[in-house]
Design a protein around this ligand. Structure first.
Ligand SMILES: Nc1nc2c(ncn2[C@@H]2O[C@H](COP(=O)(O)OP(=O)(O)OP(=O)(O)O)[C@@H](O)[C@H]2O)c(=O)[nH]1
Ligand SMILES: [Mg+2]
Length: 691
């Protein structure tokens, strides 16, 4: 297959809150462009981008998927992202490599908390975007109400370039305000339409909105403004050109409308994507660090430049192996070549380069700048890595992976499956950078951490389905930490000198608290060989092990400085082991002697719900030891901002549902660590002792 000219590529992310219709819209776009021969349905589990079994079962997108189509000689790469809170991090990671976004808003439910959230993601990457108001065929759909909502709660720059014809069951097409004509659809989801005059009852409204559009476009361009002021109007071509410019500069966000399900308004969207959204050439040149010289460098999006590509997704397939999805920024990535993974400092052998459409792969010889594709069976490469030319290495800035907010201990159902479980978890982690796996140093349990309960449930289901390991999830864990508030100078001495070769290690250390976030510092003040040099690392190793394993209740100790300042040794009996044990003994003693305390994670929580729930919600947050920071109007709802200990939020999804009658939404991010109140601390310590 051919390589596409950079100017003829469009990389568009579909973004929205859960259930707004991203997957259905991706399907409709692919269908109208002739990339697929039938319009799949989320309900029937046969869409291109929700191909994963868990997605089919749950009827929601869990992980972003790539698909492409060709429209009027342009290649459109679509990334269908998840909208459900637990999986939003995946959407954000993929956005790192996109050039623009189509943000969907449901014509029934309007802007929701997570619409604002994904909008914010697109802001972070400065992505030009358009808005598609979807589901106009649904009962209680209202374009104008939702437009108002968008302007109030997403962007004041939103401006319709289409108006709907009919509404709810009678929704039948759109008025194009640029060309001032109507596209009337048959009611058969075929996508076929006829071009017609604007219906008489919409004429006045269309004129009014067209005038707004022309004015906004003219304001973004002096030349157009001049002409507009002179002649009082602009041609279709001028409006289009002005629109393009205003959109790229962020001064205007065009609003389109339609129904993904009924296949209405899709072709005009395809047109707009190729005509108005930016090509890779119109985006800032990609920047990165040269790993050899540590200087910042840029890469031009052309074929002659050295290769620079970023991996934005990894899919673990137990049979076919690992599939690595990447975007090329500069140069060419060819089948049967060798590239350099600058993130890992390793060479990778590239086999067959593949175009991806959901799970369907088609081989291609090479991919050029601006384009996206996949390869299988890379050895070292993970999501966020840079693939490049070894002769011109560059490390592109990787996307940031959000910190997990919830943890569960897991164990295999069958005894003896421990090995299998941990290797399967490793594979899962490859495809899901928001999943973390660790081991509780005290109880030795395996802990999985992620973005929410459903996220971890899905991970556990995948373990079973993809890797044949059945796993029990135990009670959720709060990642407490331990720290000290005072200082202490203590001795750790390990001595065993009865019979045969003995053991002797002896050290004195001083512990001092560091400010929150200070981590750990080790200072060696030993002089004159009171402890021989070769044993010093052993002392520190003992300290580190004790630190990871915790002292009060088995949680890692953080934010402290340890100074090793004295000790003694024995010519025959001293060993690394003895000094390690001495270090660990000293550390434990030191922590207990320096006013230790447990720390708990505090979360930033935002709850949005109707006015009549506010009293109950605030009362509930207060009873959860939360600090309400403020309440403000959020469109038709109220938004509460609060900081609440994670320990109190483990079941919030279901609690919120029952307080609001399922009319509320919330988001939660890690904020900082704080001391656990004394009475709760005793309980936590007692529980950990029991375990
Ligand atoms: N009536 C109607 N239903 C739609 C439309 N678009 C999507 N739906 C339905 O709404 C539901 C959710 O659609 P999806 O396409 O899965 O939405 P999504 O945004 O991908 O959802 P997540 O991936 O879970 O975030 C499905 O049952 C769709 O059939 C539409 O335009 N009209
Ligand atoms: Mg979806």
């Amino acid at each position: 297959m051919k390589r596409y000219e950079v100017s003829r590529i469009r990389n568009v992310a579909l973004l929205a809150h859960g259930g707004a219709g991203k997957t259905s819209l991706a399907e409709a776009l692919l269908f109208n462009a002739g990339a697929i021969s039938r319009l799949g349905r989320v309900e029937e589990g046969n869409t291109t981008t929700d191909y994963d079994e868990d997605e089919i079962k749950r009827k929601v997108t869990i992980t972003s998927a790539l698909a492409f189509c060709e429209w009027r000689g342009y290649k459109i790469n679509l990334v269908d992202t998840p909208g459900f809170a637990n999986f939003l991090a995946d959407a954000k990671i993929c956005l790192r490599v996109m050039d623009s976004a189509a943000v969907l808003v449901s014509a029934v439910s309007g802007v929701k908390v997570h619409t604002e959230r994904v909008w914010g993601f697109a802001d972070e990457y400065n992505l030009p975007r358009l808005i598609f108001i979807n589901k106009l065929d649904r009962e209680r759909a209202d374009f104008y109400r939702v437009l108002d909502d968008v302007r109030k709660n997403l962007t004041g720059h939103a401006l319709p370039i289409q108006l709907p014809i009919g509404a709810e069951a009678s929704f039948q097409g759109v008025v194009d305000l640029v060309g001032m004509k109507a596209f009337q659809h048959q009611n058969d989801a075929s996508g076929r339409f006829i071009e017609a005059e604007i219906p008489a009852d919409l004429r006045a409204r269309a004129d009014e909105y067209r005038a707004q559009l022309v004015e906004a476009v003219a304001e973004a361009d002096d030349r157009l403004l001049e002409k507009y002021l002179e002649e009082g109007s602009l041609s279709e071509e001028e409006v289009r050109a002005g629109l393009r410019r205003a959109l790229h500069e962020g001064g205007l966000v065009p609003v389109l409308c339609g129904s993904a399900y009924k296949n209405i308004g899709i072709q005009p969207l395809l047109d707009l994507i190729v005509e108005v959204l930016p090509s890779p050439l119109e985006r800032p040149e990609v920047e990165g660090t040269n790993p050899k010289s540590a200087t910042r460098e840029r890469r031009k999006a052309n074929e002659e430049a050295p290769l620079a590509a970023m991996v934005f997704k990894t899919v673990a397939d137990p049979y076919a192996g690992k599939v690595t999805l990447f975007r090329v920024y500069s140069g060419i990535l060819s089948s049967d070549s060798t590239v350099y993974n600058a993130s890992k400092g390793a060479r990778e052998r590239i086999g067959q380069v593949l175009w991806l459409r959901g799970k369907n792969q088609s081989p291609t010889g090479s991919v050029g700048p601006g384009d996206m594709a996949a390869v299988v069976k890379l050895k070292e490469t993970a999501t966020g890595d840079t693939l490049c030319d070894e002769k011109a290495p560059i490390l592109l800035d990787p996307p940031s992976f959000p910190a997990p907010i919830i943890s569960f201990a897991v164990e295999p159902k069958a005894k003896g499956d421990e090995e299998k479980m941990s290797s399967a978890l490793n594979r899962l982690q490859e495809e899901d950078p928001t999943l973390q796996v660790s081991r509780d140093p005290q109880t030795k349990e395996v802990i999985i951490s992620g973005m929410g309960e459903v996220h971890l449930e899905v991970a556990v289901e995948r373990l079973r389905r993809k890797f044949g390991v059945e796993v029990n999830m135990k009670t959720p864990r709060v990642p407490y930490k331990e720290t000290i508030r005072g200082t202490a100078s203590v001795q750790g001495k390990y001595k065993k000198q009865t019979g045969g070769r003995g053991q002797y290690g002896d050290c004195w250390i001083k512990l001092e608290p560091l400010p929150r976030g200070g981590g750990y510092e080790f200072v060696n003040q030993i002089v004159g060989g009171i402890i021989p040099k070769q044993y010093i690392p052993a002392v520190e190793k003992g300290i580190l092990e004790a630190m990871m394993g915790g002292v009060l209740a088995g949680y890692p100790v953080i934010d402290l400085k340890v100074t090793l300042y004295d000790g003694s040794y024995h010519v025959v009996d001293s060993s690394e082991l003895a000094f390690k044990i001495a270090g660990s003994l000293a550390f434990k003693k030191g922590v207990l002697g320096s006013n230790p305390v447990l720390l708990e994670p505090i979360m930033n929580v935002e709850v949005v719900a109707p006015d009549d729930c506010m009293g109950d919600l605030i009362g509930d947050l207060n009873s959860k030891r939360g600090r309400v920071l403020g309440v403000e109007a959020r469109g038709k709802y109220q938004g509460i901002k609060a900081q609440v200990p994670l320990a109190e939020m483990l079941k919030y999804a279901s609690e919120l549902k029952s307080i609001t009658g399922d009319r509320g939404e919330y988001t939660m991010d890690f904020s900082h660590y704080e001391e656990v109140p004394a009475h709760l601390q005793e309980k936590i310590i007692a529980e950990s002792k029991k375990e």
